[in-house]
Ligand binder design. Structure first.
Ligand SMILES: [Zn+2]
Ligand SMILES: [Zn+2]
Length: 268
C-alpha cells in the first residue's frame, strides 16, 4: 500500500484500447495524471485483443490491464479455443491485474445467453484459481447473476467487482454478502439515476470503487461527450457531496479499496 496523499484517484475501469483513443491516447493519459488519477486499469472486452492491452500497459507506467471477454462478444470468443489454461497463462503478465469484463448482458444480447453463461463460468474459474479479481458486467440480468454468484461462490470464493453498477438492490446485497466490491461510474451523476445513487449510499465505504468506463458514460458536466479517465474526478466530486464525505476521504478510501482488490497493481 502506497503512502496515499489527499487526492489520489484510480480509474478502475476504462477502455484505452478503443479506436476513439487512437489519435490522442498519450494526451488522455497525461490529462488523467494531471488530475492525479494515478492508475488507469484498461479492461479487456476480447481475449483476442490481449496484445494491444499488453502493449498499452508496457508503454505507460500508470496503465494496468485485464484479460477477458465482454458478454456481448462471448458467442464469438469463448466458444472458440479459449480455455482455463490459456486464461491462466495470459494472467501471468506482471501488469495483468484481473479477469474480465465477463458477465451477462440481456439488454443487448439476450439471444446469446448460453454462450455468456459458459464464458462467465470460465472467467470465474480463473478468478477462483488465481484469486485475481473478476470484473463483472451485468445488465438487465439481476436474477440470473444472483443465482450464478451464489452457486459459484459456494464452490469456492473468488474476488469480484460488480462494475458500472446499475442493477437492483438484491444483486448489490448479494454481491456485498459474498465479499464483492461495487464500482460506480458517471451514471451516478445522471438526473434519472436515483436507484444507482441509493445503491452507492447503501454500499459500505470499504467496498466502494470508482470508474469511468471510458469512452462511455461521461459524467455530468461532460455527459454526451467521449469519456476519459481524468473525468473520474467529476464522478468522485459528485459522489463525495452526495455521500456527505470530504473529497479527500473518498479519495483515500477508494484508492485503498482499489489496491486491496487489485492486489497485483504496483503502487504509484
Ligand atoms: Zn461493462
Ligand atoms: Zn467496460
Amino acid at each position: 500500500m502506497p503512502e496515499i496523499d489527499k487526492l489520489y484517484w484510480i480509474d478502475t475501469h476504462c477502455h484505452l484500447d478503443f479506436d476513439v483513443f487512437a489519435t490522442d491516447r498519450a494526451a488522455v493519459i497525461a490529462r488523467a495524471l494531471a488530475q492525479n488519477v494515478r492508475r488507469q486499469i484498461t479492461i479487456s472486452t476480447r481475449i483476442s485483443h490481449y496484445a494491444q492491452l499488453q502493449a498499452l500497459a508496457e508503454a505507460w507506467p500508470s496503465v494496468f490491464f485485464t484479460v477477458g471477454t465482454h458478454p456481448c462478444n462471448a458467442h464469438e470468443e469463448a466458444e472458440q479455443a479459449v480455455n482455463i489454461e490459456q486464461l491462466l497463462a495470459l494472467s501471468r503478465h506482471p501488469k495483468l491485474v484481473g479477469f474480465g469484463e465477463a458477465g451477462l448482458d440481456y439488454h443487448y444480447s439476450r439471444e446469446t445467453e448460453a454462450a455468456q453463461k459458459r464464458s462467465l463460468s470460465l472467467h470465474i474459474a480463473a478468478a477462483r484459481q488465481t484469486q485475481l479479481p473478476l470484473i463483472i458486467h451485468s445488465r438487465d440480468a439481476d436474477e440470473d447473476m444472483v443465482e450464478i454468484l451464489r452457486g459459484e461462490s459456494a464452490k469456492g470464493r473468488f474476488p469480484f467487482i460488480l462494475h458500472c453498477f446499475s442493477s437492483g438492490k438484491k444483486l448489490a446485497q448479494t454481491g456485498l454478502e459474498l465479499g464483492g466490491y461495487i464500482s460506480f461510474s458517471g451514471i451516478v451523476t445522471f438526473k434519472n439515476a436515483d436507484i444507482v445513487r441509493e445503491a452507492a449510499a447503501a454500499t459500505p465505504k470499504n467496498r466502494l470503487l470508482l470508474e469511468t468506463d471510458a469512452p462511455y458514460l461521461a459524467p455530468v458536466p461532460y455527459r454526451g461527450q467521449s469519456n476519459e479517465p481524468a473525468f473520474v474526478v467529476k464522478t468522485a466530486e459528485f459522489l463525495a457531496e452526495f455521500l456527505n464525505m470530504e473529497k479527500s476521504a473518498l479519495a483515500q478510501q477508494t484508492t485503498e479499496n482499489a489496491y486491496a482488490i487489485f492486489k497485483k497493481m504496483q503502487p504509484a
